[in-house]
Design a protein around this ligand. Sequence first.
Ligand SMILES: *[C@@H]1O[C@H](CO)[C@@H](O)[C@H](O)[C@H]1NC(C)=O
Ligand SMILES: *[C@@H]1O[C@H](CO)[C@@H](O)[C@H](O)[C@H]1NC(C)=O
Ligand SMILES: *[C@@H]1O[C@H](CO)[C@@H](O)[C@H](O)[C@H]1NC(C)=O
Ligand SMILES: *[C@@H]1O[C@H](CO)[C@@H](O)[C@H](O)[C@H]1NC(C)=O
Ligand SMILES: *[C@@H]1O[C@H](CO)[C@@H](O)[C@H](O)[C@H]1NC(C)=O
Ligand SMILES: *[C@@H]1O[C@H](CO)[C@@H](O)[C@H](O)[C@H]1NC(C)=O
Ligand SMILES: *[C@@H]1O[C@H](CO)[C@@H](O)[C@H](O)[C@H]1NC(C)=O
Length: 538
Amino acid sequence: MLFCKAAAGLLALATSASALQALPIPQAQLKRQTQLQRQSRLTAAATYQEYNLTVPIDHFHNDTKYEPHSNGTFNLRYWFDAQFYKPGGPVFVLSAGETNGENRFPFMEKGIIYEIAKATGGIGVILEHRYYGTSIPVPSFSTENLRFLTTEQALEDTAYFAKNVVFEGFEDVDWSPDVTPWIVYGGSYAGAFVAFLRVVYPDIFFAAISSSGVPQAIWDYWEYFDGARLFGPEVCSETTGKLTHIVDTILLNETLSEYVGPLKDVYGLGYVSSDTDFAAALRGGIYDLQSYNWDPEISGDSFFEYCDLVSNNTNQFPELEEKRSAVEELITVAGYGDEVDPLADRMLNYIGSLGYALRRCGGTADECFGFGDREFYAQDDTSETWRLWPYQVCTEWGYLQTGSGAPDDVLPMISRLVDLEYSSQICRETFGMTGVANVSNINKYGGFDIAYDRLMFLDGEWDPWRAAGVQAVTQEPRESTPRQPVVLIDDAVHHWDENGVFPNETRPGIPPQAVVDAKAAIEEFVLEMLKEWEPARK
Ligand SMILES: *[C@@H]1O[C@H](CO)[C@@H](O)[C@H](O)[C@H]1NC(C)=O
Ligand SMILES: *[C@@H]1O[C@H](CO)[C@@H](O)[C@H](O)[C@H]1NC(C)=O
Ligand SMILES: *[C@@H]1O[C@H](CO)[C@@H](O)[C@H](O)[C@H]1NC(C)=O
Ligand SMILES: *[C@@H]1O[C@H](CO)[C@@H](O)[C@H](O)[C@H]1NC(C)=O
Ligand SMILES: *[C@@H]1O[C@H](CO)[C@@H](O)[C@H](O)[C@H]1NC(C)=O
Ligand SMILES: *[C@@H]1O[C@H](CO)[C@@H](O)[C@H](O)[C@H]1NC(C)=O
Ligand SMILES: *[C@@H]1O[C@H](CO)[C@@H](O)[C@H](O)[C@H]1NC(C)=O
């Protein structure tokens, strides 16, 4: 059993490398991500010829926040696939978002780009986001050099691209958005991004599809764990909540201070002196829901493996049996005496799964989950790609994962000691930023209320990111209309309509019916909207 979990754990890491991240991210994980980005070509069988368009570094000479301004240009990278292109067909652009654009090749080989280009006779394009991959406008990632890494500059890049690109081999085609319809698609951050494109440049981007988009920037994103809390297996979320509560009760209640040492000891973390570091190191598999996908080739299943373990009423780790009496005492002093059975077994299983995570990482809790190495944060050459998304988080987007943000009547899935101060450590240490991100830079586009004609939204029912999108459980359900469709994909997680399998490789349940239906809805939307296209409108 353990061996299988190891393989799944590695997969989870591989997929999370290209998925939207919330802070805090332990340094070890940042390092690993950086390595995975360098190996990104491994993620697709196909390769595509790369092209660059020369683009201004600074589109906003009128805004002092970009001072000192730049008159320079940089190479914005893109790839295209014209195998289905027929004269008059649309340009279908996938915004690559916060990663090396090569990570998106599978979507052109067999996912959403392939499907929509085929259905429309369009040309499929992947457009890299500035600062990611090789689309780097600056000589280093120093904080000053990162000032051009804003969403509005990247949106403007995309508009500039639409107005200026000429695809090689198709020099006789007029690709300008007045003559050729441009349709944009993105998932996650890029899902919000393409929704903004439609709103800000309605005359350039004829239609947009936002998959698991996160248009609402949120500084304290404690709701990240609501995907697991509300939609995960019930015993799993309930148990995670109680075990976390036991930890918090002992750490936060001074009358229980004599139990803090024994608590750390049963978790095998007696050597971690800071209570918050200890609480933050208890990173159960609850974080891994986001990596779950319907395609077993790319799915990380560690969320469900964790849930199975922590829901099991029999200790699965014989070597932990000697801790049983200590565990029972801790449960009792924290107020769960009535539930010692089955909580003691479940807590032993939780401890076992955590030890497992540490072995997988191959270090101590400090090495695997620590935040303390200042020299690490000081590295800023352009290979330190881990700096990029955290910069966007610290300046504009937020999404700090906390336990402290949960309302009093909610048992959070992670410790309440993990608060804003703790989660924003990387902002202070890396960028010297002590304030709150200016989420107005993002939410000015509409946030939860963003809507526009020919703008479609799809979200996953269980997605940890749903809480930052237009179909958050806190929002009024939207009515879906042909020109403003909204689709909630049942039993789905993060942008499940984006990836695909070759037509000859579908089989029962792959993709699941809900995903088949979502893809069909996208295709119908695009084909219907294209009927409205009139060249050189305006
Ligand atoms: C595109 O630009 C990048 C960065 O300047 C460069 O490394 C790469 O060789 C260019 N690719 C092509 C095809 O010109
Ligand atoms: C700069 O110009 C853009 C485009 O014209 C405009 O949307 C924006 O509001 C201006 N910004 C400032 C700070 O004046
Ligand atoms: C950019 O070009 C403008 C107009 O040519 C010039 O006034 C300005 O000094 C230049 N700025 C920089 C940073 O080179
Ligand atoms: C702290 O623990 C004591 C002893 O278990 C309990 O009586 C008290 O209510 C607790 N205080 C808080 C704030 O939970
Ligand atoms: C607990 O784990 C054992 C061994 O893997 C398994 O046989 C049993 O079905 C599990 N129990 C539950 C309730 O999942
Ligand atoms: C935050 O962003 C908004 C919208 O872009 C802007 O008007 C405001 O000046 C910014 N606030 C600060 C403190 O920079
Ligand atoms: C399905 O088609 C793809 C692309 O043509 C090919 O690479 C793949 O090997 C095929 N798969 C099977 C199982 O035949």
